[in-house]
Design a protein around this ligand. Structure first.
Ligand code: MG
Length: 466
């Protein structure tokens, strides 16, 4: 009997091995059909900083080509006009007011902050990783630089980057401009981290764009046989500006132009690698920025082009961003004038990767794949312009109502508008001509959107004030 049992066991073992390998093959095939995703997220780049968005002096041939081969979006928004809340929204698909990642007292996280993106929040990286994706974060994080808030606590297998803004930990009194012009990166004692360890301090910011690029290319090559999600959040063009020797004094547009042109080079390297590795048709690449240009910094800040305002504020220049989508052979090239936001990327990637969106929380994003593939109507009609924890303005279709305005920086003086300022962004993208008096019915409609939205809010612990 014993030998028989043994052989039955052996046969069962073989059978289950066979089933297991068959299952592995099926899941490998399923994974094989999943697209890769790369998000390239700049810091403080303006709507008017790229050649393809009309800049007359900064040369961005790689981004121009990316837009020509892909889609140039002209009504693409972030959820906040400053870093921390904007990044929280991109990665969670939720408004920062829902995750505790916005504050009126401290607009972003600082090196002495103790909070961060709560562990209960489910990032895009977590969702994708739990469904077979390889993940990596490179660059600026700014969602908490201590555990349990690090990228590696939030679904990224690895992290390499400066964990907050590159102007923080300033230890010398010399002004930003001089420090940048003299390349004195040592004046900012910012850490460079690998996973949860500091590997360099101060980070040599002169080569940071180049090193981030090398890290991403290495990840593309090592993950190429599996689906992957790579998040490259450049530290620039946030001030202070630094660039590699190869880009120094090369741009007609000064040091700011040099920095953008190095980012453009980086994009070219990434797209070239995808082509060489035969991954281009399997990879959706999205290039955009966390908020508008920091106008306070003059020629060291960018330009919002024809849009009014910049970083920190709720006029268009603070929150409408250049956005280029690239996916050869999969998306039809062209200019997309439909409205979308960074919060739409989470549900859209989930749709494309065949991953269910969790149903235990409120999401503020929509699956915009019908717009990307031009197969159906845009599910988004409304944009909320939050400054910290308050709605300052709302766009519905072509019309935008400003209920409150406030200078971006340097003044706590706010103006409450009743009736709100009303602009038609289709005919007046620069927000110059107030048409409130002519359209009380549109104001009433937008007020209803505000009331309905406010009713969905639930108080949460503030992470920035911890
Ligand atoms: Mg920023």
């Amino acid at each position: 009997m014993k030998p028989l049992n043994k052989s039955i066991l052996a046969i069962n073992g073989l059978l289950s091995l066979g089933i297991a390998s068959q299952q592995t093959a099926i899941s490998a095939e399923k994974n094989n059909n999943k697209p890769n995703f790369i998000i390239i997220f700049c810091d403080d780049m303006g709507y008017g900083d790229l050649g393809v968005y009309g800049n007359p002096n900064i040369k961005t041939p790689n981004l121009d080509l990316m837009a020509f081969q892909g889609q140039k979006w002209t009504n693409f928004y972030v959820a906040a006009p400053v870093s921390t809340p904007s990044r929280a929204a991109l990665l969670t698909g939720r408004l920062p007011v829902r995750t505790g990642m916005s504050s009126e007292k401290l607009r972003v996280l600082f090196p002495d902050s103790n909070g961060g993106l709560p562990p209960g929040e489910i990032t895009l990286a977590r969702l994708l990783k739990d469904h077979g994706y390889r993940t990596a974060a490179v660059g600026k994080w700014h969602l908490g630089h201590k555990s349990p808030y690090l990228p590696t606590d939030h679904g990224f297998e690895s992290y390499f980057g400066i964990p907050y803004s590159n102007d923080m930990d300033k230890i010398e009194k010399t002004d930003y401009y001089t420090l940048a012009e003299t390349e004195r990166f040592q004046a900012y004692n910012v850490p460079l981290m690998r996973n949860d360890k500091i590997v360099e301090r101060p980070a040599d910011q002169r080569t940071i764009t180049k090193r981030y690029t090398e890290e991403i290319i290495e990840k593309i090559k090592s993950y190429k046989k599996e689906p992957f999600f790579l998040y490259l959040a450049h530290s620039f063009p946030h001030i202070p500006l630094f660039r590699s020797p190869e880009f120094k004094d090369k741009s007609k547009a000064g040091i700011y132009g040099d920095v953008i042109e190095e980012i453009d080079w980086s994009v070219g390297q990434i797209l070239e690698t995808l082509k060489k590795e035969k991954l281009a048709e399997k990879t959706l690449v999205i290039f955009t920025s966390d908020n508008g240009p920091w106008l306070t910094y003059g020629t060291h800040g960018g330009s919002a082009g024809l849009l009014r305002g910049g970083k920190g504020g709720t006029f268009e220049g603070g929150m409408r961003e250049p956005a280029i989508f690239w996916w050869p052979e999969k998306i039809k090239p062209g200019v997309i004038t439909e409205i979308a936001t960074t919060m739409d990327l989470l549900p859209t990637f989930c749709k494309l990767g065949n991953i269910p969106v969790p149903n235990d929380r409120t999401y503020d994003g929509y699956d915009i794949s019908p717009v990307i593939f031009r197969t159906g109507p845009n599910p988004r009609e409304v944009v909320l312009y939050y400054r910290d924890t308050e709605v300052f303005a709302i766009r519905k279709g072509a019309f935008k109502a400003h209920f409150i305005t406030q200078p971006e920086y340097g003044s706590s003086q706010r103006t409450i508008h009743d009736p709100p300022l009303l602009y038609d962004l289709n005919t007046d993208p620069s927000e110059k001509h107030d048409i409130a008096a002519k359209h009380p019915e549109i104001i009433a409609e937008i007020k209803k959107v505000l009331e309905d939205h406010i009713s969905t809010l639930v108080p949460v612990e503030n992470q920035l004030e911890k």
